[in-house]
Ligand binder design. Structure first.
Ligand SMILES: O=C(O)CCC(=O)C(=O)O
Length: 288
């Protein structure tokens, strides 16, 4: 694939109101921002990854259950189109604009695909407790490659939860991942049963079409149901970008203790307080 012909700028500019909404609520939807040329390229790239998942991938759907919930990580290191999307598409500029950061590095990509008839939810969680990062300039961009509806499992957020001043213990995404013991080391307080007390919270939820994205803060609590549609796929890709104040946090219980992740980051040698950079966390903004 040649990327020279693909758009480098967003389909439209992000407004100050949208940025203020993100800062206030911890998540917001941005409609019609990703040029559809990129969606077409990435649909094929995602299907390649689904046929041949990477070393850190996890099949969250247990064998014998219907559907498929696949998580994969760092696909940009194996697939040219993923690499172009995270570095050369308009996504780095979007991240820099929302975080108001002069300089942005790419953290990682996380593919979250729920095929039709998948019952496994994405549990309520915040992202930061899983990550060896401290800072506030950290942005996730959740990009759908199919219509994301209530039936296929939109991601939903607790409004303003990024301002609660809490870091909750990370939840294991699937019963079969075996990572619960790693996360237990983090020593954070357990997350309340949000599903049971959902009506106590204001939930943000948007149905989306390809071209739309959700941006969310790493401390915002979020969840997604399974995909109850008999036919509609739900291919989502979360891109994580690090801005001006984000640095390496060498605390226990993060994904750096996951052997599968470390098989990808085998030369990782950062020290507490370092800025993320180099071969694994490339600078993507300003563009070279
Ligand atoms: O796509 C999903 O089901 C969950 C997304 C998520 O947890 C994330 O983007 O951090």
């Amino acid at each position: 694939m040649t990327f020279a012909s693909l758009p480098k700028i967003l389909a439209r500019s992000i407004t100050n109101e949208e940025i203020a909404d993100y800062e206030e609520n911890g998540a917001t939807v941005l409609r019609n921002v990703v040029p559809l040329e990129w969606i077409k390229v990435m649909r094929e790239a995602i299907d390649r990854i689904l046929d041949d998942p990477g070393a850190a991938s996890v099949e969250y759907t247990p064998e014998g259950n219907n559907g498929r919930y696949l998580g994969d990580f760092f696909a940009w290191m194996r697939d040219h189109d993923f690499e172009a999307f995270v570095k050369q598409s308009p996504m780095p500029e979007l991240a820099a604009t929302v975080m108001k950061s002069n300089s942005v590095n790419f953290f990682y990509d996380q593919l979250l695909v729920k095929e039709p008839n998948t019952i496994e939810p994405t549990p309520w969680h915040q992202d930061l407790p899983y990550w060896p990062v401290r800072g506030d300039d950290i942005l996730s961009i959740w990009v759908p490659f199919d219509s994301a509806t209530v039936e296929t499992g939109v991601v939903v957020y607790i409004k303003g939860s990024h301002k609660w001043g809490k870091m909750y213990a990370p939840a294991a995404f699937g019963a079969n991942t075996g990572y619960a013991d790693i996360y237990a080391k983090a020593g954070f307080e357990p997350l309340p049963d949000i599903e049971a007390e959902r009506d106590k919270h204001e939930i943000l939820s948007w149905e989306m079409e390809p071209g739309d994205v959700i941006i969310h803060h790493p401390l915002t609590l979020h969840y997604a149901a399974g995909n109850a549609s008999p036919t509609g796929r739900r291919r989502g890709l979360a891109l994580r970008y690090l801005g001006d104040d984000a640095t390496f946090d060498d605390r226990p219980g993060t994904f750096l203790e996951n052997q599968k992740v470390m098989s990808i980051l085998s030369n990782f040698d950062m020290k507490d307080g370092d800025r993320f950079d180099g071969q694994y966390f490339p600078k993507v903004w300003p563009r070279k």
